[in-house]
Design a protein around this ligand. Structure first.
Ligand code: ADP
Ligand code: 5GP
Length: 198
């Protein structure tokens, strides 16, 4: 079971006493986290992927409940107030959050749970779950990151600019996380992730 532990400074952390594990993938937008995650889940269907909630509008092809829970700002704020998120952050003009209950239930059931979230949220998770394994995905270069954001072809110029601006400070924080993997060749990056997990 996961238990909340309070220390004398008032911090609350969570301690695992079950075989479940929490794995957090983070890194700048456009680096290929989602692509890597989809391939990883195909290879390892036993992994539990936590579907996040967001106030962002769906991109073409995205499915509610599979890619995200698409909710409005009013509902998001209500979920924040009611403590329904394990972490949440504002990113490039929208809000994103990890639903708490399903993640805790799956870890307690012994599952390997994976989150794919931006850096601020990953920091919040680390503060709550010091035992998590965190993997930071790096681009081969900033130019390549920009190419990928553009070639994805799903964000406006303004959204791409906001993502690139944030990417530089995110990449500077990569050392805060347990493992850094450069997503240059997709298969090599996937193999490196598997080596870290299994
Ligand atoms: P993120 O989830 O980190 O925002 P995506 O998975 O959406 O990033 O990937 C952004 C774009 O980069 C997509 O068009 C994807 O196909 C492409 N991409 C991902 N990994 C690689 C790679 N190793 N080499 C070239 N292109 C990649
Ligand atoms: P996108 O809009 O490209 O799908 O996601 C933008 C950023 O938000 C990505 O870096 C993605 O990893 C991150 N993100 C997705 N879900 C969550 C979440 O639940 N919490 C946080 N903090 N970030 C998330």
């Amino acid at each position: 079971m996961i238990q909340a532990l309070s220390n004398h400074s008032g911090d609350t952390t969570q301690k695992f006493t079950s075989p479940g594990r929490l794995i957090v993938f983070t890194g700048p937008s456009g680096v290929g986290k989602g692509t890597l995650m989809r391939s990883l889940l195909q290879r390892h269907p036993e992994l539990y992927y936590s579907v996040s909630a967001t106030t962002r509008s769906p991109r073409p092809g995205e499915v509610d409940g599979k890619d995200y829970y698409f909710i409005d700002r009013h509902k998001f704020d209500q979920m924040v107030r009611e403590g329904e998120f394990l972490e949440w952050a504002e990113f490039a003009g929208n809000c994103y959050g990890t639903p708490r209950a399903s993640v805790i239930n799956q870890i307690n059931a012994g599952q390997l749970v994976v989150l794919e979230i931006e850096v601020e949220g990953a920091r919040q998770i680390r503060a709550t779950f010091p035992q998590m394994l965190s993997i930071f995905i790096l681009p081969p270069s900033l130019d390549e990151l920009e190419n990928r954001l553009r070639s994805r072809g799903q964000d406006s110029e303004a959204a791409i600019a906001r993502r690139l601006l944030r990417a530089e400070t995110e990449i500077e924080a990569s050392d805060e996380f347990d493992i850094q993997i450069v997503n240059d060749n997709l298969d090599s990056a996937l193999n490196a992730i598997e080596a870290a997990l299994f």
